[in-house]
Design a protein around this ligand. Structure first.
Ligand code: FAD
Length: 474
């Protein structure tokens, strides 16, 4: 039987995960898979890009080197942007003019930086001025690094996850960094006002100047960036200006090919676009009026799409994701899920503030269920909270038990420790019993800790606990 041609456009984190999910269902043998990636590498862990900013190589964060694809019979065309597609003729063309036939195609084109309406970002030819950069790709990081002179000045526009990461990276490179944020709270989508105060303090403690309610109007300088102009007329001098002010789905190819789009490429519960044999997954997809900007929903979509494409579970449906974020941003642990402020009259709010430790924890309880949580400075209770939030389990009478040490809060034990790769405590324990003795072993064997890395502390604790003579055998 001839195998169907499956073309995947884009080779980012969604594609990396989709290939794993297909492999798990024998899908790589069932299809002739061709992956087209505009970036010149195998897929890499975009979440760890700050390592490249700090001078590491893309290889350090590569999830699938070229050999991975070759060994599994996947045809990888890296450095090959798909510039044209004909859904009717089932053909696509890469920038170098090569034509490729497909039976099924998946858009996994991700997002592009959303640039704010600021004058003077680009030169006359539409390219960034020297000393201006965005923060999305390994090439962006290399560009930033090339402009970053030790002792120089940098401005980062955007105080969300990306902006904080960029600011920390540039401060680590020895630059004097000013972070400009339009809103009055950093990471205002994940963190409430009180948590934002704690987060701001932690960021300022790194030597970063934080300016909130700061409206960037223009990038100064003729050929290269010399600073920015703020709404009130103030000038902030700088040799490097980095825009990290959000993302928008990359839909140019789909739109030009008459695939229906809105903010993202419109997909149904099976991740199928409104045209037959065409699917979309990851940050480029819009499902039920929502587009996503973090990786956990992307992974959930990939599992459903692999079920659908391989027929492993033809009834699989993606119903949208309950959002939670857990990460270490600018060196500070942050976790957030659901509502970050009360919404209904009867919502109960539990707040614990530990000024000295720089820890802030807040729970929103609705109808005896967890409706949301914000953790800043200590996210050790996050795994238990996420589990309870996802399942809708009732909360204990003593609300503070929810914030207790992970061991107490996570009853029943056995939940997900690594959210990025959905690795559970039992599978980690099994790997440890099977001989994993170090964090590296455990990460290689199970994948845990190789996503955002925020669970590595828990992995280390698990290793310590199981290897401690007092607890061994217990
Ligand atoms: C610095 C940084 C830090 C982050 N930190 C976190 C975090 O801590 N936690 C979290 O959950 N998420 C984080 N994210 C978001 C996370 O990286 C994304 O959710 C994830 O990468 C989305 O995967 P994707 O495959 O949809 O898009 P991408 O990873 O962007 O991949 C899309 C790929 O498609 C390629 N492409 C686009 N169009 C074409 C075309 N026409 N032809 C060929 N190739 C094409 C692009 O070049 C790109 O390589 C972070 C992102 C960044 C940039």
């Amino acid at each position: 039987m001839t195998r169907k041609n499956l073309a995947i456009i884009g080779n980012g984190m969604a594609t990396g995960r989709l290939l794993d999910e297909l492999a798990r269902r024998d899908g790589l043998a069932r299809f002739e898979v061709a992956v087209f990636g505009e970036e010149p590498h195998g897929c890499y862990n975009r979440i760890l890009l700050n390592r490249v900013l700090l001078g590491g190589s893309v290889d350090d964060i590569t999830l699938k080197p070229a050999a991975w694809y070759a060994e599994r019979g996947v045809r990888l065309r890296s450095g090959a942007a798909v510039t044209r597609m004909s859904p009717a003729a089932r053909r696509l063309w890469t920038a170098d003019g090569q034509e490729h036939y497909f039976d099924l195609a998946v858009f996994a084109t991700g997002s592009v930086p959303r640039l704010p309406p600021v004058e003077g970002i680009t030169r006359a030819d539409g390219k960034f001025k020297d000393g201006v950069a965005a923060y999305r790709t390994a090439a962006d990081c290399e560009r930033m690094r090339a402009s970053a002179k030790k002792g120089g000045r940098a401005v980062v526009v955007g105080g969300g996850i990306l902006g904080l990461e960029a600011a920390k990276g540039l401060a680590d490179l020895g630059l004097s960094v000013t972070l400009l944020h339009l809103f009055d709270t950093l990471m205002e989508r994940q963190v409430d006002k009180a948590g934002g105060v704690m987060l701001r303090r932690a960021v300022e403690a790194l030597g970063i100047t934080v300016r909130t309610s700061a409206n960037t109007k223009a990038v100064l300088g003729e050929k290269r960036a010399e600073g920015v102009l703020l709404g009130g007329g103030e000038r902030v001098p700088s040799d490097l200006v980095v825009f990290a002010s959000g993302v928008k789905p990359r839909i140019d190819l789909a739109k030009d090919s008459d695939v229906p789009t809105n903010a993202g490429i419109l997909v149904d519960d099976q991740l199928q676009t409104q045209l037959p044999a065409l699917y979309a997954v990851g940050e480029c997809a819009e499902h039920d009026g929502r587009v996503y900007g973090i990786v956990q929903p992307v992974y959930e979509q990939c599992a459903v799409l692999a079920d659908v494409l391989t027929g492993a579970n033809p009834g699989a449906r993606y119903r949208g994701s309950k959002l939670y974020t857990r990460l270490k941003v600018a060196g500070v642990e942050v976790a957030s899920m659901g509502d970050i402020d009360p919404k209904e009259a009867d919502d109960e709010v539990v707040q614990v503030i530990e000024e000295k430790r720089g820890v802030y924890r807040k729970l929103i309880i609705r109808d005896e269920r967890l409706a949301g949580a914000v953790l800043v400075g200590d996210a050790s209770a996050a795994a238990g909270l996420v589990r309870r939030f996802e399942r809708g389990d009732p909360v204990p009478a003593n609300r503070l038990d929810l914030l207790a040490s992970p061991d107490r809060a996570s009853e029943p034990s056995g939940g997900v420790v690594c959210n990025c790769h959905q690795v559970t405590e039992p599978s980690l324990l099994e790997a440890i019993r099977g001989g994993c003795r170090s964090l590296q072993d455990l990460a290689t064997r199970t994948g845990a800790g190789t996503g955002c890395g925020s669970c590595r502390g828990q992995l280390a604790a698990l290793l310590l606990k199981t290897q401690s003579p007092r607890l061994a055998g217990g």
